[in-house]
Design a protein. Structure first.
Length: 172
């Protein structure tokens, strides 16, 4: 069995779900990451920025857009020393402005992903993977980035079979 790192960024609080703003005690991407952990027995690592996004959805989207516009690299609360002991990195994030939030870029640039397999997944409310897979390939040119899994945020809690099938299809 492959040894997997499940690295993910997730945001609880005010989120857009099925056309409404709802308050989530656990972010959708974290829900998926924990499902993946239960299937793979992988190691979870939360990509956690030091400066948190606003709990208010509208303000959060503006903050994320500004970070993307300025190509920011937000500092993280913790970093990994290495990913050498893993065969695969399963990378999760919500789709913000067509790609992943900039703390994910900080994470990607902090490690050497050479010869590593990356399986991306994202949660979204209509944007699917956006251009995030290409962005990961550009950030990690020596990694093998596989086809990602996009899960609509409003369907996260009923996506176990979809997730399990995606993992099996990828040999995990």
């Amino acid at each position: 069995m492959e040894k997997c790192l499940i690295a993910y960024f997730s945001r609880e609080g005010n989120n857009y779900v099925s056309g409404d703003l709802v308050n989530l005690s656990v972010g959708n991407t974290e829900v998926v990451a924990k499902m993946i952990e239960s299937f793979t027995h992988g190691v979870l690592f939360k990509i956690d920025p030091l400066k948190k996004y606003s709990a208010d959805y509208t303000i959060c989207t503006k903050e994320a857009q500004q970070e993307l516009r300025t190509n920011a690299r937000p500092k993280l609360s913790a970093y990994l020393d290495s990913i050498d002991s893993f065969d695969t990195v399963i990378l999760g994030y919500p789709n913000y402005w067509g790609t992943f939030p900039m703390p994910v870029m900080t994470f990607l640039e902090s490690l050497d992903f050479s010869n590593m397999r990356i399986l991306p997944f994202c949660t979204h409310e209509g944007s699917a993977m956006g251009h995030s897979e290409g962005d990961i390939k550009r950030a990690c040119p020596n990694a093998r980035v596989e086809k990602g899994l996009a899960i609509q945020g409003s369907k996260v809690r009923v996506s176990e079979l979809l997730i399990e099938n995606w993992l099996k299809k990828n040999g995990i």
